[in-house]
Design a protein around this ligand. Structure first.
Ligand code: PR8
Length: 478
């Protein structure tokens, strides 16, 4: 099939079909596990997941500490924060028995870990000298999603939930942390070449218990946006509930201020969806299980020499830390090319007997044309590294262009509706910020308001005609 980016209608069902097919063909996950919304990571997918997680960990490790909390949360702790719990009430899985014995206190499988962590934070935080605290964990969380589940996009077991939780002495410090978290996630998405918009979610769509929520959204090829990360300023809501206080320099006891932020399996979904094309996956070298595949082109004559050369090249690249695979299976080269392209390997190196004689090798970028290169033993590692860097830059530039080409400014409701219905993508509009106007717009043409992007003063709200507060974004969303 041909997957055209950012068109709607027929292409929408095509993307969904393409996405499901590629998960299977490229051996990312197996969706046949007999529980709805829960899947098996296969070796290829697991490598992508691991490489992605390592990038995030190396960023977070700079100023966060990694911890690991239990999966189960006692019912009374979960029930403490009324707004938060209301938000998750319908999504919680419960453990009610230990063996055959009914439990005195039901235990929840964490839907997220605020109510697991914060009673412990109340024990850990003592004085202003303990602050700030910044923790993170990468765990699985469970949400009994009632909306249509989709592999990696809306799952009931989020297998790769990366959640960070921070504690601060003052409100400005918590706000600063929110800004810092936005920088952290921006830099993470930049390394993966995933483009995004950042907005402040409307009041009715913020995280349960948060003062406000900042969110990252990317655009999938069917013109719908996917929320790929959120950063929440929790203010003192949870501190008051869980009695997290600290002693100030003056000896007074004050409630702390908190923030939390998280990412899910949607990172893998967007890597696949944003960069993929009609030939399959196209992975940034940073996360590709194999960054380079060496394919010997073998004829009867000279086969041994070619194989020897390929083996030497593989070892050379491998010892320079490049993830390289030598595909010496007894198969047609064309079949191998197809397979590695489908799996998104960024760079293929082909070597045949004639090339060898002429001292040349062939480079074929996943998204580019073939290139013949003079082979220089001492320069080949640097050449490959340079090539991988360029591949990342190109993927990123292409993905950002796709996003930017699909953000359209409108000045009336009719224009907004027509844009969403004929082109999809993201609509940028003027909004007074009023909840009634926002919800009316959402209902009028079945979209979601992603949120305010910036405060502006000139212009009128496309719904009520009153002077505006914000330039905001709306879209059809996952
Ligand atoms: C928090 N607490 O929990 P959040 N399938 C895949 N991804 C999902 C799903 C799902 N069913 N539900 C949510 N996400 C805070 C922050 C600790 C960390 C994604 O925040 O509820 C969301 O898109 O906003 C979001 O990017 C991330 O998980 C965090 O979830």
């Amino acid at each position: 099939m041909t997957l055209k980016l950012h068109t709607i209608g027929e292409e929408m069902s095509k993307f969904s079909e393409w996405f499901h097919n590629i998960l299977e063909e490229a051996e990312i996950i197996d969706t046949r596990y007999p529980i709805k919304g829960m899947h098996v990571w296969l070796p290829q997918g697991f490598q992508i997941r691991k490489n992605t997680l390592n990038i995030l960990k190396s960023i977070l490790d700079e100023d966060h500490e990694e911890v690991l909390f239990p999966l189960l949360i006692p019912e009374d702790e979960l029930a403490k924060e009324a707004i938060h719990v209301k938000g998750f009430e319908e999504e919680v899985y419960w453990v009610t028995h230990g063996g055959l014995t009914p439990l005195g206190k039901k235990l929840a499988l964490r839907p997220t870990s605020e109510t697991a962590m914060y009673p412990m934070f109340a024990l850990w935080v003592r004085s202003h000298q303990d602050l700030p605290m910044r923790f993170y964990q990468a765990v699985n969380t469970f949400r009994y999603e009632t909306k249509h589940t989709r592999p990696l996009i809306r799952v009931r077991e989020i297998t790769t939930f990366k959640e960070a939780h921070t504690v601060h002495a003052t409100s400005p410090e918590a706000e600063e942390q929110v800004e810092r978290a936005i920088e952290i996630y921006s830099s993470f998405f930049d390394q993966l070449g995933i483009p995004y918009v950042v907005t402040r979610r409307p009041e009715w769509d913020k995280f349960p218990g948060a003062d406000y929520t900042m969110a990252f959204d990317t655009l999938l090829p069917d013109g719908k946006t996917l929320q790929i990360g959120t950063v929440h300023n929790l203010g003192q809501t949870f501190a008051r509930t869980f009695q997290i206080t600290y002693e100030t320099e003056e000896g007074q006891h004050e409630y702390v201020y908190q923030s939390c932020y998280g990412l899910s399996d949607r990172i893998s979904a967007s890597l696949i969806g944003v960069h993929g094309d009609e030939s399959g996956l196209s992975l940034p070298p940073e996360v590709a299980p194999f960054q380079v595949v060496v394919v010997p082109i073998i004829f009867k004559k000279g086969a041994e020499e070619v194989l020897e050369f390929c083996e030497d090249l593989k070892n050379r690249l491998k010892s320079a830390g490049i993830r390289v695979h030598l595909d010496d299976r007894d198969l047609r080269a064309g079949k191998k090319f197809y397979e590695w392209e489908m799996r998104g390997v960024p760079l293929r190196i082909e070597i045949g007997p004639r090339d060898l004689k002429e001292g040349k090798i062939v480079f074929k970028r996943r998204n580019g044309a073939k290139e013949f290169l003079e082979y220089q033993e001492n320069a080949v590692v640097e050449k490959v590294k340079g090539e991988l860097k360029l591949i990342t830059l190109n993927l990123k530039a292409q993905a950002w262009k796709n996003l930017q080409d699909n953000i359209r400014e409108v000045s009336t409701i009719d224009e907004a509706k027509a844009t969403i219905e004929t082109k999809g993508g993201i609509v940028s509009f003027c909004w007074c910020g009023d909840e009634d106007c926002g919800k009316d717009l959402e209902e009028l043409f079945h979209v979601d308001i992603l949120g305010a992007q910036e405060e502006v003063l000139d212009g009128i709200c496309i719904k009520c005609g009153q002077p505006i507060k914000y330039r905001a974004l709306l879209a059809r969303t996952y």
